[in-house]
Structure formats: C-alpha cells, structure tokens
Design a protein around this ligand. Structure first.
Ligand code: NAD
Length: 374
C-alpha cells in the first residue's frame, strides 16, 4: 500500500499528519510512504528526516500519483487531489459539518473519506482521537496565551517590596481542553474555578484543586451521548448567565472552551458581563472558530473591550505544531494499524465495526455518514 502524506495548504496550518516516527512504523508494517516536499518543515521535520525514516519525498503530483491512501491534517481541496486512484482513502480532520460541500465532492471523486473527528468516544478509540489530543494542547496553550497578554503575574508572590496576589482564573467548559487549562493555570499558581453543564465534571474540577461553580437546577445533567454536552433549556441558560455574572466580575482571566457537536458554540459571556471585569483582565475564547462563547470575540484577533483583552486565536493546536503533529500522527497510525491486515499489508475495515462506521463519511460515490444525513 502506498501512503501519501500531504503538505497542508490552509493558511496558518503548521501541523503535519505523519512524523518520522510514524513513517518508520508504517514502513515496518510494509507500507510504502511518500511525503510531499516540505510537508513537515513548519513542525520541525525536514525532508531528510523523512527520508532517513524510510519515506520518499516528492512534489505533490508525484506523491499523489497512484496513492492508495492520503493522510492530511485538514481536508484538502478536492481539486488538489488529482491523480489518486478511485477508491483511495483520505484520512484527515475533514471538518465535515463546516465543509459539507467538500465531503460531497470527495464522494463524487470516488474518494473513500474518513473524518477523524467523528471517532466514537469509546475506550478502544481513545488512542485514535484527534479531538482529544489537539484539545489537550489547545487547553494548555490557552493559559500561556492569557499569561502572555496579562500585565500581572499568576502566582502569589511575597517579595521584599510587598505581596502580589495570585491571579483568579475561571475555566468555562471542562472537557479535555478545559481540564488541561485548569491543570496548567494551577501549575502557574493561579486560583482556579471552573464550570460545565455536565455534573460529572464537578469531581474532576475538585481533583485538580480548583473550585466548581455550578448552576443548581434540580439535578439537570447536560450530558448527551458519548460524553458530549446537550443544548440546555432557556431556564438553565438564564440561571447560568446569572451565576456567571456574579462570578466573572471577580475574575482576572477567563478561558472558555464550551462546544456542542454540530451546533454553534453556546454564548456564555455577554458584552455587559465583560464590562464588569477589572481592566487588564484577559479572556481566551477557544470556541471562537465555532461561533464563539464570548460576545465580541473575533477569530484570529486579540480585541480589547472595556479594558479587557479577548483572545481569539485560530487553530490553537497548530501554535504548538511539533507536539500537535506528533500526537495527531500517532492518532492516525493507531487507527490504521488497528485494522492492519499483515498479509494484505493494508488496513481492512469491517463494515460493522463501530469505529469504521463512525469515521467513514464517503464510500462508493455516496456520502454514507449518518451524522451528515439531512
Ligand atoms: P467538547 O469539546 O465537546 O466540549 C467542551 C466542554 O464544554 C464539555 O465539557 C461540555 O460539557 C462543555 N459545555 C458545553 N456547553 C456548555 C455550556 N453551555 N456551559 C458550560 N460548559 C458547556 O468536550 P470534550 O473535550 O471533547 O470532552 C467531553 C467529554 O468526553 C469528557 O468527559 C471527555 O473526557 C470525554 N471524552 C472521551 C473520549 C473517549 O472515551 N474516547 C474521547 C474524548 C472525550
């Protein structure tokens, strides 16, 4: 099997879908690896490192010619995939809700596309989950981004010139990114509190040494299938807004990470609430590309409202391109190797497997994912 690794084309995308370590592992499974020239440069891997790992390096057209599988971080423009065989696999983070038209075009081109963000949340698939691996790094980086923009320190400092108090950090949305944001802010010495709609997160927040801040709505649990949040009732949203209003005025840093799959991110912070924060405060909206948790957040920009900076970096994981690529690449390797047939020297995907059914979005010229059925 010939596996091509693409150089990413999207603006600001620094990650790569295979690193020399995974190239070596695929090669020892019997795959032939070809890496597009310069694919790993922005993630600290030059072409020679891929050659040493056993891959050939070629311009895009040559890399794609006769490829049985294509690995990428983001879904490539279908026009840029000329030359791959009918029935070739495309394995990437395809953003299928946001780039639905692209998925249709993969189907028309006879490509068998697999969207790695549709990986089911089951124990067996944990090591293949790109959303978790990338969200973890984004959560970490969000705290460092906030610290870099904050004109004060995070830990309490007792100095000869007097005491400086610890920063108060509030994390909204305690999934993978939120948990890492709590842990990182704690490591920097901040006083941390956090909230979520899923009651199960209360204990997790406490176990990291932070304070849970929760709406008491008679046992409401916003847990949907697979550990995802559900959209909350209007009453809940009102109670949450009141709780946030009283809490946020005392915070220095707020990190928001709340997402609901397939829907716009829930709005958690209004402009009026921002106005109650102290000047010099910082908000990081990690959901800015999904519509934003914070009123006034702008994707790709740092804006200032009422003396508070609102950070809306895009593609935060890509800002840690080397580690993000290493984890992303291992997720893809773990996925393909789990289905590897040693004799055929290629993956064989059983039609009834939960993981395969989850990630497969196009097959035989059709869009086959249930999650994309409209
Ligand atoms: P996510 O990225 O879908 O959402 C981030 C967080 O925002 C979630 O905790 C969600 O509950 C929260 N949220 C949504 N609406 C909110 C609102 N209005 N107010 C406050 N918070 C809100 O979540 P995630 O990081 O992918 O993790 C969700 C859960 O799934 C976690 O428990 C995680 O450990 C689990 N998970 C399991 C696996 C696996 O078993 N393979 C893989 C990934 C995640």
């Amino acid at each position: 099997m010939r596996i091509a690794v693409l150089k990413e084309q999207a603006a600001g995308e620094r990650r790569v879908a295979a690193v020399p370590e995974t190239v070596r592992k695929f090669t020892s499974l019997g795959a032939g690896m070809v890496v597009e020239q310069g694919a790993g440069l922005a993630a600290s891997h030059d072409d020679d490192a891929y050659r040493e790992a056993g891959a050939s390096v070629a311009p895009r057209a040559e890399a794609l010619a006769g490829a049985d599988a294509v690995l990428a971080v983001q879904g490539p423009d279908p026009d840029s995939l000329q030359g791959i065989g009918k029935g070739a696999l495309l394995i990437a983070g395809l953003n299928p809700f946001g780039e639905r038209e692209r998925v249709d075009r993969y189907a028309q081109a006879g490509i068998e596309a697999m969207a790695m963000e549709f990986m089911p949340r089951i124990t067996r698939a944990q090591s293949m989950d790109i959303l978790s691996s990338q969200a973890n790094l984004a959560g970490y980086k969000s705290v460092l981004d906030a610290a870099a923009e904050y004109g004060r320190v995070f830990p309490m400092m007792m100095t000869a010139a007097g005491t400086v108090s610890a920063a108060r950090v509030f994390v909204m949305g305690v999934g993978v990114a939120g948990l890492q944001a709590i842990a990182t802010a704690r490591r920097l010495g901040a006083q941390v509190s956090a909230t979520d709609v899923r009651a199960a997160t209360k204990e997790q927040i406490k176990s990291l040494g932070a304070k849970p801040v929760f709406v008491d709505e008679g046992g409401i649990e916003g847990e949907g299938s697979g550990g995802y949040a559900t959209e909350m009732s209007e009453e809940y949203k009102k109670a949450q807004a009141e709780l946030v209003s009283s809490h946020i005025a005392k915070q220095d840093i707020v990190i928001t990470t709340a997402l609901i799959p397939g829907k716009a991110a829930p709005r958690l912070i209004s402009d009026a609430q921002i106005a109650t924060m102290k000047p010099g405060g910082v908000i990081v909206d990690l959901a800015v590309e999904q519509g934003g948790n914070v009123e006034g957040a702008v994707a790709g920009e740092i804006v200032e409202k009422h003396g508070v900076k609102i950070i809306g970096h895009r593609n935060v994981a890509s800002r840690l391109a080397a580690d993000a690529s290493a984890l992303f690449a291992r997720n893809l390797y773990n996925f393909l190797s789990a289905f590897w047939d040693e004799e055929a020297k290629k993956p064989v995907f059983p039609d009834d497997d939960e993981i395969v059914c989850g990630v497969r979005v196009t097959r035989g010229g059709e869009v086959v994912s249930e999650r994309l059925a409209t």
